[in-house]
Design a protein around this ligand. Structure first.
Ligand SMILES: [Zn+2]
Ligand SMILES: [Zn+2]
Length: 315
């Protein structure tokens, strides 16, 4: 089912993300050659969303949700997998993420910038053109809010960063570390909820991409690229995932106790087998895994460093 893109062309005339094409809004994409960012034509959130809501009944509460939604095309090539991006192109992507976080985050009323990628038909994305999204919002999304609360409490109680202690535990054990270089690391967390779930982060405690040095950004790009290649090589197919960047809110607060990271939540257990969220997960709130994180880490770590399509071209 996920093999469809193998035969895709570099350019598709009716793709709303390809260079030079007209989108539903009537806007025409420029003939871009690198990364292209534009405001989503069907935004889930908008600046002009209602600022005053009807009072909810009884004990219910509500509050206005406003924001900016953008799309980031990683490449003009329709059929390119993110794992096929050159090292320099991944570095550019990280730089674009950083600039978008800073630009949108500096706007009044924008308190958080959630950058993410939904990849693959199993997570509802029918267009294989490599792209991600940005939701810059007046509120902080729930998962990040929960993480922030845990990190803040941990810091108050122990005087240490929660994520630093997670990294130390992972280094000490070692079995779930996937790839690392001088300043960046990728690992399957001890607490993984999905098969092949991974985290990617700088080793130093940056609260967001904003404070990364050029060297750290390049190291992060290298580890991220290595992981993307391993994912595609695992089943020799474009590997589906949900990938959020968790960065500090942009509400002006002090988040020096938070450590920026990228998460990958892959929905598949095997090439044609979804990890279904069922009674235990949705009904009970606990995730059941039928594969140990040490085993998925070993599988990912053993993948070749060259993308399988590149290897096929070279052969
Ligand atoms: Zn396209
Ligand atoms: Zn997180």
């Amino acid at each position: 089912m996920e093999h469809a893109s193998e035969a895709l062309p570099e350019y598709v005339p009716d793709c709303y993300l390809c260079p030079g094409n007209r989108r539903v809004s009537g806007a025409v994409n420029p003939l871009y050659t690198g990364i292209f960012v534009f405001d989503n034509d069907h935004p889930s959130l908008a600046p002009e969303a209602p600022g005053v809501l009807d009072a909810p009944p009884g004990i219910y509460r509500n509050s206005p949700a406003q924001g900016v939604c953008r799309v980031i095309c990683y490449s003009p090539k329709h059929n390119l997998s993110p794992g096929e991006l050159a090292p320099r192109e991944i570095e550019n992507l990280i730089e674009v993420w950083r600039r978008q976080y800073l630009e949108l985050g500096s706007r009044p009323g924008i308190n958080s910038v959630l950058i993410f990628e939904n990849r693959g038909e199993v997570v509802g994305v029918s267009n294989p053109h490599p792209h991600g999204q940005i939701y810059a919002t007046n509120f902080v999304f729930k998962v990040l809010e929960t993480e922030l609360a845990a990190c803040q409490q941990h810091y108050a109680e122990r005087g240490r960063l929660l994520f630093q202690e997670i990294l130390e535990a992972e280094y000490r054990d070692g079995r779930r570390i996937l790839f690392e270089n001088r300043t960046a690391v990728a690992f399957v967390p001890y607490f993984a909820r999905y098969p092949y779930e991974t985290f990617v982060a700088p080793k130093a405690p940056h609260a967001s991409l904003a404070t990364l040095s050029d060297g750290e950004a390049a190291d992060l790009a290298a580890v991220l690229r290595r992981l993307l290649i391993a994912y595609d090589n695992l089943w020799r197919m474009p590997f589906p995932y949900v990938m959020p960047l968790h960065q500090a809110p942009t509400d002006g607060g002090d988040y020096s106790w938070f450590h920026f990271h990228i998460e990958f939540h892959p929905p598949l257990r095997k090439p044609n087998l979804l990890k279904y969220l069922a009674g235990a997960e949705l009904g009970g709130g606990n995730f059941m895994l039928d594969v140990a994180p040490e085993a998925t880490a070993a599988e990912l770590r053993s993948q070749p460093e060259v993308h399988y399509r590149e290897a096929a071209r070279r052969a």
